[in-house]
Design a protein around this ligand. Structure first.
Ligand code: 5HY
Length: 247
């Protein structure tokens, strides 16, 4: 099977890291294509960044549809464009936040999230509510590091994340921790070793969920609200969206 792992920000080094993390856990028969939009924010740290990144996510799904892609992963912890992406494909589309919450809920009754900047915590809180996991999550914490510090100052970033994970372990009465950024995909083993709690990371969780859905012959339902959008004209810079292929 072929899984397209989409990094919604445009930092190619993070895309590469995300792709490598996905390949490490994928089945030998699974082909991982890691990609990011050409246009968009270099990192996603606000509602504005996320809104702009959504167009790039949908463009990447459209590219994937021409390449017989079996599943898509949106590798940003805000799951930007998730429902819109599901509308334009029959394949499964999984957000890394949604995947991580599901996995964490299977191994613990309570977990906390450790993300990058505190200001994006509300996005994770909204997702927890929308996906029905609010009662599982004790707290959404932040290491207070800019997303690109994961690339530019990885050692300091790792120290800050571990410190916050240790605070969560000491204070939150939890059984697991969810890493709240696609850019943390390569840190799981190190954090697990330092913190001593099960660490759930969204990219790798999403890969295994995607493989399971495809193996079961399950994809995005076209009955109801996730059916293909009604064809219409898109004007201006989006006129190329007027044509999309239904599969
Ligand atoms: C992410 N931003 O996973 C989010 C992390 C965040 O560029 N990739 C980003 O803090 O929401």
């Amino acid at each position: 099977m072929k899984i397209r792992v989409i990094n919604p920000n445009t930092t190619s080094s993070m895309t590469e890291k995300i792709g490598e993390a996905a390949m490490r856990v994928a089945m030998p028969s699974t082909q991982i294509i890691a990609s990011n939009p050409v246009s968009g924010p270099v990192s996603i740290e606000s509602h504005f960044d996320e809104a702009i990144s959504t167009i790039g996510v949908l463009e990447e799904v459209k590219i994937g549809e021409d390449e017989q892609t079996d599943a898509y992963i949106i590798a940003c912890f805000g799951d930007p464009g998730l429902m819109a992406a599901r509308e334009i494909t029959r394949a499964p589309v999984i957000g890394i936040a949604e995947a991580a919450f599901h996995m964490a809920s299977l191994i613990s009754t309570r977990f906390s999230v450790v993300t990058t900047l505190g200001r994006t915590g509300i996005i994770a809180e909204h997702l927890l509510q929308n996906y029905g996991f609010s009662h599982h999550c004790r707290r959404v914490r932040a290491a207070e590091i800019p997303v690109l510090d994961l690339e530019e100052d990885p050692n300091l970033a790792l120290d800050r994340i571990i410190e916050e994970c240790l605070r969560a372990k000491a204070e939150d009465n939890i059984g697991a921790i969810v890493l709240g950024c696609g850019g943390m995909a390569d840190l799981t083993a190190h954090i697990r070793q330092e913190v001593g709690l099960p660490i759930v990371e969204g990219v790798t969780a999403a890969v295994k969920l995607a493989e399971s859905l495809v193996s079961l012959g399950l994809g995005t339902s076209k009955y109801g609200d996730l059916d293909f959008p009604r064809p219409k004209v898109f004007t201006g810079q989006f006129d190329h969206l007027s044509e999309y292929k239904k599969r």
